[in-house]
Design a protein around this ligand. Sequence first.
Ligand code: NAD
Length: 368
Amino acid sequence: MATQKLLLLPGDGIGVEVMAEVRRLIAFLNKSGLASFETEEDLVGGSAYDAHGKAISEDAMKRAQEADAVMFGAVGGPKWADVPYEARPEAGLLRLRKDLGLFANLRPAVCYPALADASSLKRELVEGLDIMIVRELTGGVYFGEPKEIVTLESGEKRAVDTQVYTTHEIERIARVAFDLAKVRKGLLHSSEKHNVMKSGVLWKQVVTSVHKSEYPELKLEHILADNCGMQLVRTPKQFDVIVCDNLFGDMLSDVAAMLTGSLGMLPSASLGATDAKTGKRKAMYEPVHGSAPDIAGKGLANPIATLASFGMALRYSFGLAEAADRLDAAIAEVLGEGLRTKDIAAPGQNAVSTSDMGAAVIKAMEQA
Ligand code: NAD
């Protein structure tokens, strides 16, 4: 079995605690022969600022470029509230996304039956929900130029953000989404606002054209982004894969996330382009949550978002679908047995620690 190089960047706060559980899972996979990982570790965020005066060192960036995948914990915290803007903890995350060219953000929203009552929606609407939002991550209105606030002659101010997409940017994110739809249920919803935005018109045209020429066997539905938000909270199970731009993806993925209960349960993957020579793609996997300073250092963090992010790495970077399925099943099993960290425990229910939850998931994998 080929050895895979993985860079672990735990970061700050609970990032360090949840990454410890990934480390234990890797040790189990290596020992059991299910995988062969060689890991390196480095600093990112506030901890990197304390050590190097910047949110990620050049050495860590080099390691990230050389790794087969990066596992990222979380960054930030009140300790670094006043550091210079360019060196703020989040700058490390943005640099990784930018330099690794991670243009596709995959956010699954899975509602485990055992947690259906933790959702703000009725159990029957969310139980068994399993959808994937594919968000374009490096273009659109968050990056388009001009981006400015100017003072007009009248003294009034005018703010401008620019929504901009090229054919190439839309094609490559559409392919990621169609490829996922192909191995899931064969259904893709593409969400934009072609009724009021030129970028939406182009988005719809390009996705339609990629569908026609490369994925005619799949079903493609177009849905306006506002309606998509409404439908996600009305009948979320009608969706399987949804692809959208950076802005709409930011919002729709957060809406979908809340269908599943807690932030501590939400994994994500960010993928770059496939290298034509090696067939590999740059990738980073991280929980959706932040460094949770309010619970950091107390052993209260839920490690499932990070473990499930590692599961996405097994699936999308390392081709280890069987190990990924086993991990997903182990998570469902421990939840089914009633094990809960504090964030997903019902009032009055006993909660286990971060390491107890990690150990239980690994034990369930061992016994599978
Ligand atoms: P947060 O996600 O850290 O926490 C929000 C709430 O959810 C908190 O009450 C926290 O205790 C809880 N929570 C989060 N993850 C949890 C887990 N795994 N288990 C149990 N409970 C969990 O968001 P925030 O409080 O807005 O931000 C805290 C810091 O994290 C800030 O410095 C922010 O900039 C940073 N942040 C970083 C990232 C990242 O690294 N990707 C993402 C979001 C926020």
